[in-house]
Design a protein around this ligand. Structure first.
Ligand code: GLN
Length: 454
């Protein structure tokens, strides 16, 4: 009933860039055979999963929603997707996203925006953004096209789209999921994670996706807990911290109300609520928008028309001109903006003023969280400063777009696990998300807090 009336066919959501039904059917057949033989089914036996197009999938085009990778078909499988297949899942298709995961609305995709399946209940039927960058994932799961999807989160790209579409999504501790075979955006921040209908499904998927991988130098060599088995919706004896500095200026009334609702819910689940301070919060967004573009400019240098995807070779062009023509035609506007910012903040004359400074701020932000853990076990905040906005509403205003990440970026800079879980609807009937942020490696604490208010 909340489906956008302008969408008569699920394909009009533009959530999938490629459909791979044979892959999903093979997994379903394999599950049937195991069932028929009376053997034990794997945790995700036969489950059709949507894969964000940032993950390289063997023999299936993987584009990061950019023209520069159009037609690129990897010879290998990403570590995360391989783990999902090893757990019995199959792939329904590759999901649309913001180009190279840069964006908060899925509008930077080279292959068209995704439409959220949600619509306002006041008769307004303008198409809404599904959030981003994992907007294909959020739209597909919330429209019930698949029970779960992968996302990646560099500064909020799992949590914000989950919040916009009324589903759940968790970004684990940095290093839990291998980055091997995932197209890089900002390597010190990028983390994969699941997006699904509820907390339990997220726990099951995350368990399959996580684990040490020697092929990723920042992969954590620690055991993967049995998160699903450890689920517990009681918060008795737990302290939930409310960070004072997240009460930003001009916070919309419905976001205030959402947060208050969350506070009541965790109290009902037995938690003690305490106010905490994260004094450097206001510097997180500026630091992120220096560090992430800096790393992106370095990572995206590999797309030069020689090794992957698109090549533009104008008549009589030399190598330099080929690079320039390829990159000019292949990268979208937002990607170019990030590369320019990134090369600027890394340039010899400005490195100390920008990149070094931002790295120091990052350390201060991580310390803020360390200090907060002295008085609480998990933090509760809104996921995003608003409900889903309309397509086109912010696409010409990068700063307004970046402000969407205000609540998700600090935990990304600190590498901490964080999850968005539905927190009710606003006055227009649109979903809002609540975020829990946990201590490093305490995904269980985050999942349990989310379960307690689900
Ligand atoms: N919106 C943020 C950005 O554009 C976060 C993106 C992400 O997490 N991949 O950088």
């Amino acid at each position: 009933e909340s489906f956008n009336a302008a969408v008569s066919n699920a394909r009009q959501l533009n959530a999938f860039l490629v459909e791979t039904p044979d892959h999903a059917l093979a997994a379903a057949d394999a599950a049937d055979a195991v069932r028929a033989a009376g053997e034990t089914l794997k945790p995700l036996a036969g489950v059709p999963i949507g894969m964000k197009d940032l993950f390289c999938t063997k023999g299936v085009t993987s584009t990061a929603a950019s023209h520069i990778l159009e037609g690129f078909t990897p010879q290998y499988e990403s570590a995360v997707s391989q783990r999902l297949w090893d757990a019995g899942a199959g792939m329904l298709g590759k999901l649309n996203m913001d180009q190279f995961a840069m964006g908060s609305s899925n509008e930077t995709s080279a292959f068209g925006n995704v439409i959220s399946p949600w619509r306002r209940n006041d008769g307004g039927n303008a198409p809404l953004a599904p959030g981003g960058s994992s907007g294909g994932s959020s739209a597909a799961v919330s429209a019930r096209l698949c029970p779960g999807a992968t996302g990646t989160d560099t500064g909020g790209s799992i949590r914000q789209p989950a919040a916009f579409t009324g589903i759940s999504g968790i970004k684990p501790t940095y290093g839990r999921c291998s980055r091997w075979g995932t197209i890089a955006f900002a390597s010190s921040l990028d983390q994969a994670g699941p997006m699904a209908r509820d907390v339990r499904d997220c726990a099951i998927m995350l368990e399959a996706m996580s684990g040490f991988d020697p092929k990723d130098a920042t992969s954590l060599d620690v055991p993967v807990p049995q998160w699903e088995q450890g689920l517990n919706a009681s918060l008795a004896g737990k302290r939930v911290g409310i960070p004072r500095e997240y009460r930003v200026d001009n916070m919309p009334e419905e976001i205030e109300a959402l947060w208050q609702r969350g506070i009541e819910w965790v109290k009902d689940a037995g938690a003690e609520v305490v106010e905490v301070s994260l004094p450097h919060t206001k510097y997180a967004l500026p630091a992120y928008y220096i560090i992430a573009p800096a790393e992106a400019s370095s990572n995206l240098a590999r797309y030069d028309g020689v090794r992957y995807g698109q090549r533009d070779l104008p008549e009589g062009a030399n190598l330099q001109a080929m690079y320039a023509a390829t990159r000019a035609a292949g990268f979208g506007e937002e990607v170019k903006r990030r590369i320019l910012i990134g090369t600027y903040v890394l340039s010899a004359g400005f490195y100390d003023a920008y990149f070094t400074q931002a790295s120091k701020v990052r350390t201060l932000i991580a310390r803020d969280f360390e200090n907060a853990w002295e008085s609480c076990d998990v933090l509760l905040t809104p996921t995003a400063p608003s409900a889903a906005f309309g397509l086109g509403e912010k696409s010409d205003d990068p700063l307004a777009m970046y402000l969407n990440d205000v609540f998700t970026v600090p935990s990304s800079l600190a590498g901490l696990p964080a999850m968005s879980v539905p927190g009710g609807l606003d006055k227009h009937g649109l979903p809002l998300g609540l975020q829990f942020i946990g201590k490093a490696l305490d995904e269980q604490g985050v999942l349990n807090a989310a379960l307690a208010i689900e």
